[in-house]
Design a protein around this ligand. Sequence first.
Ligand code: FPP
Ligand code: MG
Length: 323
Amino acid sequence: MNPIIQRLVKEDLERVEIQFKKNLESDVGLISKIGEHLLDSGGKRFRPMILILSTKLCGYEGERHIPLASVIEFIHTASLLHDDVVDDAELRRGNTSANALWGSEASVLVGDFLFSKSFSLMVRDGDLRILQVISDAATQLAEGEMQELINTSDLSLAEDRYIWIITRKTAALISAACQIGAILGGVDREKETSLGDFGLNLGIAFQLVDDTLDYVSDEKEFGKTIGIDLRDGKMTLPLIHALQKCTPEERSKLEDVLFSDTITHRDFLRVTEIIDRYGGTDYAIERAKSYVERAKNHLMNFDPSDAKTAILALADYVIDRKS
Ligand code: FPP
Ligand code: MG
């Protein structure tokens, strides 16, 4: 991690981790156990980090960002527990996923616990605008995830509809984390909107890179099984791009794989070969880079500071990340 980011967030992140532990306490021991399984497994803490850096960028010096950063990570964790059930995933953050270990039912219910806990923590904070921003983001998460499900194996899904989906399922929460930093810092509405737009564009880039890594990453480094998107019939940009360019014969090969019940490693290689032929992953990374540039432009009206340097470095990390 970049040393400036590290210096600015380290202490606060440690306090956020303590909050996690406290907020996971429950009379039902299995809830804490499953919650800890995911929270202790070395997530990047990207969302808490960006919330903390946003508060610093906006000159906030209070304490409320610690529980609120924990709320954002709790909502994210709840959504991952649910998402791994939807995707039937076996690996998460390099560990066996919660659904594979304890079953889908327990995963969904612990997700519900984390989600509900987040709302009680927000009520404790007491800021109705923050409550509104986070509730709106959570609603969008569900809409994005649902639309993605509806478009399973939909070969006609266009790039703009795919961007619509990832804007909701991923970028909305990252944007909310940034906007909360602005609200806490008490900056004017123009800057608040700029910071929200920064987060939204960065979040789109974040998911574009995630979807590319699902085709090309080193599984150990990625911490998730690769090829899951294809297996689940998820239409992501590398594939959408290839489908737009390929021959009718190649399209029918892709169709066969997308609609088959089981996908072998050979099928996966056949698909990646077609994607590579049309530069599908390179195209997705180029799009991600352009969203990162758009994100950075939204910070133009913020004066230079260490926090600004750090948050811009975090934006670059989104492209460079391997997990
Ligand atoms: C990961 O996508 C999933 C999300 C970013 C959002 C999941 C949202 C929900 C399950 C609905 C809302 C739930 C709550 C609790 C508000 P991915 O499958 O592309 O990423 P992955 O490769 O990390 O699994
Ligand atoms: Mg998933």
